[in-house]
Design a protein. Structure first.
Length: 465
């Protein structure tokens, strides 16, 4: 049997760590070194592993990537990186370029209400005890993941948000993570979001590529949502077909906490989203939604694990996909109800439309229940556009192409309509319509730019942390 070629980047890891470590304390450097050593023992996941059997990263990892640790190529035009200031959306915008935080005045600051927003690298220096209390604390017990270890070892920067007790952040925070440059980019982002008891926050996370360069992005985001706190989270992924992304979200909820996360997977070569949601307090609620649109040879993989650890909690999962051409979609949903989690309500649903006989979908919803007083259900459907509905629409004088578009849009709208911000809903609505018509490309740089005039965001390149 032919032996697979070793990824080129494995020979670069030690040098990358040495460069990246310069911005961190000796204590954190030790943590990063230990993470790298653990990663070397495990290695990259491969398709012979159960959790990766439907997603093969061999080709994605075969390219020679560059981790930007020091220098910035000043020949890049700043206005090509971030095109707009999110027209009509009342949001505080934070920008990451190839894993580095881009700021105007200072890398991290405290708002009048005590909310802290900025660079996580700066937060390690300015608020070390606060970061240490939550950093790396919310992963699934006993589940050691290679990409998490790699991220801990090599992350350069990311977003840090801290919302104090009973503070409601009126403005949404929008994180734009952009990749693109002359060489292939290897990007490691780390985000930490902390909501104390009674706090409220809306976060919009956009992954964008502004050209057609190749990139591999590995992002780890940790969310602590305290008692009676509320987090509304939106993630929009719109990248070129040469982009590969592994995104891991860890949500930890205390008593009566409420989390809603909605993922819009519009474009990308390979997209893998992993969600671990632990309902660790009685009465907590979570809603995990996703819409994926894949065509050509694109690949989208969603892995969702919901851990009901305490009683009287409720979780809802709804993922819908439209898969065309030779594209491949994967959904793996796992709900765990622990023995003490009585009075649990848990619902999981994955629905798919397959537009060609070459498209492929693997769907595996799964319930693991150890409590006896629960209401749990799961389901998965795969099919084509309903011929009766097409006939009904065409009887009203609508052509076949438009009839198909109307049905696909109506199908996708069930997820889109859960977006609570009207301006965001309108932009995503517009982008999904374009995507279904085959018109959307990465030229729509900002995910919210679709119907808006262009704006220019001026960047002082001396302010890149």
């Amino acid at each position: 049997m032919r032996q697979q070629k070793k990824p080129v980047i494995l020979d670069k890891l030690d040098a990358w760590l040495a460069d990246a470590n310069q911005s961190f304390s000796p204590e954190m450097q030790k943590v990063r070194q230990e993470a790298l050593e653990s990663f070397k023992e495990i290695g990259f996941p491969h398709h012979k592993m159960e959790k990766w059997r439907d997603t093969n990263l061999t080709e994605a990892l075969s390219f020679d990537y560059s981790l930007w640790t020091k220098e910035f190529n000043t020949s890049i035009k700043e206005e090509e990186i971030f095109k707009c200031d999110v027209h009509e959306l009342d949001a505080f915008t934070v920008n990451l370029y190839r894993g580095r935080y881009v700021y105007k005045d200072q890398p991290i600051f405290e708002m009048d209400n005590g909310t802290i927003v900025g660079s996580i690298a700066a937060a390690f220096e300015k608020y070390p005890e606060l970061v240490a209390k939550h950093f790396g604390k919310y992963h699934k017990e006993g589940d050691v993941k290679a990409f998490d270890l790699l991220n801990t070892a090599l992350f350069l920067d990311g977003l840090f948000v801290y919302v104090p007790k009973n503070v409601k952040v009126e403005q949404a925070i929008q994180l734009i993570n952009a990749v693109g440059r002359e060489e292939n980019a290897f990007v490691q982002n780390r985000n930490l979001i902390v909501l104390e008891d009674g706090a409220e926050l809306t976060l919009i996370h956009c992954d964008d590529s502004y050209d057609y360069k190749r990139s591999f992005t590995n992002t780890v985001s940790e969310y602590y949502v305290g008692e009676n706190a509320r987090l509304d989270h939106y993630k929009i992924q719109n990248l070129n077909d040469n982009s590969y992304i592994v995104n891991s979200d860890y949500f930890h909820q205390e008593r009566y906490a409420n989390v809603s996360t909605n993922k819009m997977m519009l474009n990308g070569g390979i997209i893998r989203n992993e969600v671990y949601n632990k309902l660790n307090g009685e009465g907590s609620e979570s809603k995990i939604l996703g819409l994926y649109l894949a065509d050509k040879s694109q690949h989208v993989d969603n892995q969702v694990f919901v851990d009901h650890a305490k009683p009287n909690c409720e979780s809802t999962e709804l993922f819908k996909g439209i898969v065309d051409d030779y594209a491949h979609a994967v959904f793996n949903g796992h709900i765990l109800v622990r023995p003490d989690a009585q009075q649990t309500n848990a619902y999981q649903d994955n629905n798919n439309i397959i537009l060609t006989d070459k498209a492929k979908i693997n769907s595996k919803p799964f319930l693991e229940i150890y409590a006896d007083d629960v209401k749990c259900s799961h389901g998965s459907t795969m099919g084509q556009l309903d011929e009766n509905s097409l006939f009904y629409i065409r009887q009203r004088g609508i052509g076949i192409d438009n009839a198909r578009l109307l049905l696909m849009y109506a199908y996708a709208a069930e997820v889109i309509n859960h977006i609570k911000i009207e301006t965001l809903l309108n932009r995503i609505d517009d982008m999904v319509k374009k995507r279904l018509r085959g018109e959307l490309s990465i030229c729509d740089q900002c995910v919210l730019q679709c119907s808006s005039p262009e704006y220019s965001f001026e960047i002082d390149m001396d302010k890149i942390d």
